[in-house]
Write a new protein. Structure first.
Length: 280
């Protein structure tokens, strides 16, 4: 009789341990921002440690390693009692909401204490009665328009390179409006300060000043308004500032500039200047 009671007691304790372990497991769904070096970063801004033997599966099929954790994927994360993620079920499509990140916030890894962001501007108070929001993060529509030099190839692409993109020369592609104008619309947070230049896709073809030297980066300061517009002019491209080579202006001869084509091959007739009466 005693052995039987002991066996029943052991089974009861085992079942209780399983129930307690299950009760300590927490499941939440969210979107992945990054996955690296044993951590999962979610778009909520929280980062969590992953268990050494983390199980990674497809949320729909259950297949192992069918997807690899990557930005923008959706995930069902299972936490153990120690706060580590022991399982990730991944999906390209949004998953049904489960759990709440407030339940696992205590497990989040704090990399550093919050500090002021030096890249945030301090907008000046408006005298029009508009309340100034200092670094509120409210998105503002910012339009960048640029006029490029006539020497720009007709098939050229124009980009913005910024300090926020690590000066990637192709960070922000622009849309062509006409032969000499490009445009792009960005949504930037109030208080943002962004330094930028224009390129044709590489540092060797970035803009230069009218005198042919490297320009200082332009500065965009996002104020607490509904929209902003920046109109800029590119006078030259760096790869067209070849010493001893004159740029070919896209103009016609005039009485004030009768020979705008100084480097025509021998035997090519230079167009005659137009009569002043034809300039009207």
């Amino acid at each position: 009789m005693k052995p039987l009671l002991a066996a029943l007691a052991a089974l009861a304790l085992g079942a209780l341990a399983v129930v307690n372990a299950a009760a300590q497991v927490i499941v939440v769904t969210g979107q992945i921002l990054a996955y690296q070096q044993g951590f999962v970063f979610f778009t909520t801004g929280d980062a969590f440690r992953t268990a050494p033997g983390i199980a990674i599966t497809d949320a729909k099929s259950g297949a192992k390693r069918a997807l690899q954790p990557a930005p923008r994927l959706f995930a069902r994360a299972t936490f153990d009692a120690q706060g580590e993620i022991v399982a990730l079920a991944l999906s390209r499509d949004p998953l049904p909401a489960e759990g709440n990140f407030d339940e696992v916030h205590r497990f989040a890894v704090a990399l550093s204490s919050p500090v002021p962001n030096p890249d945030l501007d301090h907008p000046a108070p408006s005298n029009l009665g508009t309340r100034s929001v200092e670094g509120s993060g409210r998105p503002v529509v910012v339009v960048f328009q640029v006029q490029v030099p006539p020497s720009t190839p007709l098939d050229a692409s124009v980009y913005m390179t910024t300090d926020t993109s690590g000066w990637n020369p192709q960070a922000i592609p622009m849309q062509r409006i006409d032969a000499m104008h490009f445009r792009v619309v960005e949504r930037l947070a109030v208080g943002t300060i962004m330094h930028y230049l224009y390129t044709r896709g590489s540092f060797s073809s970035e803009e230069s000043t009218a005198g042919g030297i490297d320009p200082k980066p332009r500065v965009a300061r996002v104020r607490n308004v509904d929209s902003q517009v920046y109109n800029n002019i590119v006078y030259r491209w760096a790869d067209q500032n070849v010493p001893g080579q004159l740029l070919q202006p896209n103009v016609f001869p005039t009485p004030f500039n009768p020979a705008p084509f100084p480097n025509l091959p021998p035997g090519i007739h230079t167009p005659a200047p137009r009569h002043p009466s034809s300039q009207a």
